[in-house]
Design a protein around this ligand. Structure first.
Ligand code: M6R
Length: 608
């Protein structure tokens, strides 16, 4: 959840550490810090809050060292204060950390007993003292790190710089991602390739248990046993992507507007437009004839994409699908049949719970297919087959384009499963594919509703609570709409299956309650209209996301209507996601909230 960087170079590194941290700020922004060696001696600058505070500090008190580390924090242990900000340091070293040291209390007690003095509330500080303790026994930095690492339990990516040792940086990885980057007479490390993209397009990902000793000339990799090992270099595409907002005020706005293009690109990857068929660019990792069940595991928005995928796979593939939050799935010891397929969905490909679900499924003999946006991610690397979403880097913490690309891929997978199992006819496949081909154009149409959405959002920004309703595939979209609104506006919002309303939540309805109903003209529209009538009869303020036909047929006096273009219903969630995202976006903007970096959140959740 935090981002770490390191550079060992031939010129001052502070400004480049900041540049890399800007690309990692999506991982956390509670505090930031850097440490460099100034003429061989450690110097640190840290600041509470966003990176710009650290930049201001560095402007007042610059650092000039040629070797250094940096950190942007999402707080786990200890409040988001400057004192808890990384790097944590002793008189011998400074360290930055992403992850959680689970046994930090027992280590701290042990080290306190040996005279170490702790000054922060973090788990990370124990790492600094553990390595220092080994150095106090006379070990050099490499030997001290080698002795300390096996004592750490939990997930971590670490980077160390040592007082009086300007020629090395040490990095280690256990369960949290870490990339090493290659330069000309300089070396880099970072939590992901995107952070290093301005400096290099050649990287190596550390494997779990690996650690690395960086010098200006190169890197030596060691495995968990301390043996020197080879790790492959790879070229990364990350530098090809410009991480800027274009003409938009926020990354989220840019990413919403990019959707017709990236969904089109993703669909083109899976569809043969000329024959009107799905063509998967990988081998399905299961035998279609004996496939017994599909299990989906994911978190947050990716989970809601999976939930819509369940409807599609059951409808088009005629196979039972079970879905669970990855944080629940990983611990509930679900019996998995070797003839089943596990699908994990993740934008980052690094979400700790989703990765643990993947590993559990593999331990039970299941094949795993991942739907991921980052091809070099841990989840992608550990899967039996990878279905890429071609959304490009998603920077806004609120997931938008990754979601609609995940839906696009899941729609294609559902069709492919149906065809492979012989339960979907070629004619139906062609009909569905032609609907999918129309989706990017419909999304572009939906984007044109932005002015009316902005107006409705202004009213929404005064609400204390908001209900989202939907039936069928619109139900998961109602959950996603509510999640989008709460995470960036901090308005309490709940998504409900429209038919469940009368089983409790209808008690909440009064004149002050906006109820957003997601209602494409599908097979259950009459039922959804009945549910809207129930809300209207109790004075609820209904905002309809639906086409003009639904609005006219229901004869309800809507408080607001986002008029959607008419469309075939099967893949309507991909299009209807757009107004749901825009409602959340404009509501948060109207409230003056920090849309791209909402409080308490981070983009990539690599801790449990
Ligand atoms: O990277 P992942 O897709 O695995 O992330 C899963 C969730 O953390 C993520 O979707 C989160 O819910 C978003 N902030 C929602 O907008």
């Amino acid at each position: 959840m935090c981002g770490i960087v390191g550079i060992i170079g031939r010129e001052p590194v502070a400004s480049r550490l900041i540049e890399a941290l800007k690309r990692l700020e999506y991982r956390g922004y509670d505090s930031a810090g850097v440490a460099t060696l100034e003429e061989g001696h450690l110097a640190r600058r840290r600041a509470e809050g966003k990176l710009r505070n650290l930049e201001a500090r560095l402007n007042e008190q610059p650092l000039h060292g040629f070797v250094g580390i940096g950190h942007t924090r999402w707080a786990t242990h200890g409040r988001p204060t400057e004192n808890n900000a990384h790097p944590h340091a002793t008189e011998r070293l400074a360290v930055v950390h992403n992850g959680i040291i689970e046994n930090f209390r027992e280590l701290r007690d042990e080290l306190t007993g040996r005279g170490h003095r702790f000054v922060s509330e973090t788990d990370t500080e124990v790492v600094a003292h553990l390595v220092t303790d080994e150095m106090d026994k006379g070990k050099a930095p490499i030997a001290a790190v080698a002795a300390a690492l096996p004592r750490l339990k939990g997930a971590f990516a670490l980077a160390f710089v040592f007082n009086g040792a300007p020629d090395i940086l040490i990095a280690a990885r256990q369960g949290a991602p870490l990339a090493i980057g290659y330069g000309e007479g300089e070396m880099f490390l970072g939590s992901d390739a995107l952070a290093l993209a301005p400096f290099t397009d050649t990287i190596t990902y550390l494997e779990d248990g690996d650690w690395a000793i960086l010098s200006r000339e190169g890197v030596e990799f060691r495995d968990a046993e301390g043996l020197v090992v080879e790790r492959a270099k790879q070229k990364t595409q990350a530098s090809a992507f410009l991480v800027d907002k274009g003409n938009h005020r926020h990354f989220m706005a840019k990413e919403i507007h990019e959707q017709p293009e990236v969904v089109g690109r993703t669909l083109a990857h899976y569809l043969d437009m000329s024959s009107g068929c799905v063509r998967l660019p990988f081998e399905m990792p299961f035998d279609a004839a004996s496939l017994s069940r599909v299990t989906i595991s994911a978190c947050g928005t990716a989970y809601y994409a999976g939930l819509i995928g369940k409807y599609w796979i059951e409808r088009f593939g005629r196979i039972p699908v079970e879905i669970d939050f990855a944080s629940e799935f990983r611990y509930r010891e679900a019996p998995l049949d070797a003839a089943g397929l596990m699908i994990v969905v993740s934008q980052s490909g690094e979400t700790a719970d989703t990765l643990a679900s993947l590993r559990y499924a593999k331990s039970q003999g299941q094949k795993v297919l991942s739907v991921v946006n980052v091809p070099t991610s841990t989840i992608a690397r550990e899967s039996d087959a990878v279905a890429l979403t071609l959304a490009g880097p998603e920077i806004g913490v609120a997931s938008t384009k990754a979601f609609t690309c995940q839906l696009s891929v899941l729609a294609c997978l559902a069709i492919a499963i149906g065809r492979a199992r012989g339960v979907l006819s070629a004619e139906r496949e062609q009909e569905l594919v032609s609907q999918l081909i129309g989706v990017p154009g419909l999304m572009a149409e939906a984007i044109k509703r932005e002015a009316s959405i902005e107006q409705i959002s202004y009213g929404l920004s005064k609400a204390k609570d908001v209900l989202y309703l939907g039936r069928g595939t619109s139900f998961p979209l109602a959950l996603e709409g509510a999640l989008k609104l709460k995470e960036i506006s901090y308005i309490h919002a709940e998504g409900y299956a429209a038919g469940e309303l009368k089983h409790g939540p209808i008690a909440l309805i009064d004149e002050s309650m906006p109820v957003i109903v997601i209602a494409p003209h599908d097979a259950v529209i009459e039922k959804t209209v009945s549910n809207m009538q129930e809300v209207a009869a109790r004075g609820g303020r209904i905002i309809l996301i639906g086409d003009d036909r639904t609005a006219a047929e229901s004869a309800i006096d809507f408080h607001g209507h986002i008029s959607m273009p008419p469309m075939p219903p099967d893949f309507a969630p991909i299009v209807y996601a757009v107004p749901a995202q825009m409602l959340a976006y404009h509501t948060a903007v109207a409230m003056g909230k920090d849309v791209d970096q909402p409080r308490n959140l981070a983009k990539s959740v690599t801790v449990e």
